[in-house]
Unconditional design. Structure first.
Length: 332
């Protein structure tokens, strides 16, 4: 069975506790996380062979990252050791009317500042079915933007499917910079995570008053017919601890939408989108019908909101059982 390779930076996350403001906090909860690592853990939990490609320092923090990934069955043969520091980010956890806030401390990390790509393309993509990339990686430096493009091109040349989660982060780069990258890399992408605002801001699709997601995906696909599948979530934010979540998937000219989950008590929203991506890839790799894929992925994302930390902690069997038995808050 061929594997999935996810590539990106994994960081140490330090979160406030007991609803404290960051400046007033005296105790931080530590977790390891990053979008691509979170997707890798989801896929490993679902029984897929998956490798995580990254670069971490050769010190106890780097070793802890490796142990964290291996605990969930992620292959670490592409996890390189080098450089001097692990990137860090601080999370002020939101509550009620106060939204969460992130402060990055990731400049000069081993991954962000590496002077050369740590892998040979052939070795990185050998026996690989899907290469999962993220806009976050491209945002880290001019080098990483070019390397991400080069990797997508190399994957297409070797017959490897390419997934991209735009994952725009306004604290890392501008809308204009992200848009230029997205429009360049989109020609090599098979599976794209993008919502309405991504279509407007990065693909410059004209706004349409009565346009649903199908319209925006059709407009993008007309320009990039190589994109086989689009996916996204939409959420209604009641407050920081109460959201309503739906999933969407567009394939073969049809838009599929999940039931709505009323998540009345959010433990940790971080990683919800990564859990959705992991669920979509699981559906693709398992040969699910599109409607089952979107239902599985949305429930996986909703369940991620119920646990602390960046990553999904549920198996495919857990999600399948919940799909069969039903979840109290779902509306159909």
């Amino acid at each position: 069975m061929k594997k999935v390779v996810t590539l990106g930076e994994i960081m140490l996350r330090l979160s406030t506790t007991d609803a404290s403001r960051m400046a007033e906090n005296s105790l931080f909860a530590a977790h390891y996380g990053g979008g691509e690592a979170n997707v890798a853990i989801s896929l490993a939990n679902y029984g897929h062979p998956v490798s995580f490609a990254s670069l971490v320092p050769e010190n106890p923090l780097g070793q802890a990252v490796k142990q964290h990934l291996q605990k969930y069955g992620v292959d670490c043969s592409l996890l390189k050791m080098g450089g001097e520091r692990l990137g860090t980010y601080y999370l002020e956890t939101g509550i009620g009317l106060r939204s969460s806030n992130v402060v990055y401390d990731r400049k000069y990390s081993s991954f962000a500042s590496t002077p050369e790509l740590p892998w040979d393309f052939q070795a990185l993509l050998a026996d690989t079915e899907v290469l999962m990339l993220s806009g976050i990686t491209a945002a880290l430096s001019a080098d990483w933007r070019q390397w991400t493009l080069d990797l997508a091109k190399a994957a297409k040349e070797q017959g490897v499917k390419v997934g991209l989660d735009i994952n725009y982060r306004g604290k890392l780069w501008s809308v204009e910079e992200c848009g230029a990258f997205v429009r360049e890399v989109a020609g090599y992408v098979d599976y794209l995570s993008a919502a309405r605002l991504d279509a407007l801001n990065f693909f410059k699709v004209p706004e349409k008053a009565d346009g649903d997601l199908s319209y925006y995906y059709q407009e993008i696909q007309a320009r990039y017919p190589n994109i086989q599948l689009f996916y996204a979530t939409s959420r209604e934010v009641i407050n920081a601890n109460h959201n309503r979540l739906k999933g969407h998937l567009y394939q073969n000219g049809e838009l599929y939408t999940s039931g709505e989950y009323d998540i009345a008590y959010i433990v940790d929203r971080v990683g919800g989108g990564d859990a959705y991506t992991g669920g979509v890839l699981h559906g693709i790799l398992s040969g699910f019908e599109p409607q089952k894929t979107v239902e599985f992925a949305t429930l996986a994302s909703a369940m991620k909101h119920t646990v602390a930390g960046d990553h999904n902690q549920f198996s495919a069997e857990d999600i399948e059982e919940l799909l069969r038995s039903g979840v109290k808050e779902i509306k159909r």
